[in-house]
Design a protein around this ligand. Structure first.
Ligand SMILES: N[C@@H](CCC(=O)N[C@@H](CS)C(=O)NCC(=O)O)C(=O)O
Length: 255
């Protein structure tokens, strides 16, 4: 029995980042699946761990750690296994530049599109009174607003267009950067690649007009190289919904 427990949803976006970092390091941990679509993240048992009601969170002994990127850095520094931060100081800066860009710019835009086209439709079939009661239990007011917009399909056209613009810009930058070297931020696989894969693994499926073998050959090469890693296979096998299954798009020889 490990003294590490990770509270996570699917291997996707924020949850997938520490899941994959732990697996790359070969760290044994207890996996505690939080069903985001059943609002497990707002139930009292989980709020006792993360009062903000967001996932992921990790406990290590008596320590409670939140924020997916900061958890990845903790995992890399605290546990033995392959080093996931480059030795060169400029490369380390580049890892952090990309992680900040992805967390602040790309992830919220991907997330709005994802909530609008997939999370919202998955939950809105349920009883509306029950959904409203679930929303009322969300601790952060801004999350209550996002959940309502997802459930009632009320993200505005302007909000969606801005997210789409940011995703298109992010894809262009990623493609350019991956033309310079094998991995995103250095010549070695790093936390920046783990972060990026969790956001972009389904890119050719969700944004086929922006990313495919013709338009973004560097991104496709990079996604396939990451998908070939044993830790990624192990990690994505923990997925329970169709969301995680989207990764199999990367098995296609030509997209
Ligand atoms: N900055 C936080 C964000 C965490 C976050 O927003 N997680 C999403 C899942 S990817 C979540 O908990 N959504 C459910 C909710 O807000 O109810 C991190 O990186 O850990």
């Amino acid at each position: 029995m490990s003294d590490i427990t990770l509270y996570h949803w699917e291997p996707n976006a924020n949850s997938g980042k520490p899941m994959l970092a732990l697996m790359e390091k070969g760290v044994v941990f207890n996996s505690h699946y939080i069903d985001m679509l059943q609002f497990d993240q707002h139930k009292p048992e989980y709020l006792a761990i993360n009062p903000q009601g967001t996932i992921p969170a990790m406990t290590h002994g008596t320590r409670v750690l939140v924020e997916s990127t900061a958890i990845m850095e903790y995992v890399n520094e605290e546990f033995a296994g392959p080093e996931l931060m480059p030795a060169n100081v400029e490369d380390r800066w580049r890892v952090r530049w990309w992680m900040k860009f992805m967390d602040q710019w790309l992830a919220p835009s991907f997330s709005m599109i994802g909530w609008s086209v997939s999370v919202g439709p998955m939950v809105r079939k349920r009883d509306l009174a029950e959904l409203e009661a679930a929303i009322d239990r969300i601790p952060m007011p801004e999350r209550r607003i996002s959940w309502r917009k997802a459930i009632y399909g009320t993200f505005s056209e302007a909000e969606m267009a801005e997210s789409q613009r940011r995703v298109a810009l992010g894809v262009r930058l990623l493609e350019e950067e991956l033309g310079k070297r094998e991995w995103l931020a250095s010549d070695e696989y790093s936390l920046a690649d783990i972060n990026g894969f969790n956001l972009a693994y389904a890119l050719p499926l969700s944004q086929p007009h922006l990313s495919n073998d013709e338009l973004t050959p560097n991104i496709l090469r990079w996604l396939r190289a990451i998908y070939a890693r044993p830790a990624v296979k192990k990690c994505w096998a923990l997925g329970r919904t169709d969301m995680a299954k989207r990764v199999s798009i990367l098995e296609k020889e030509h997209i």
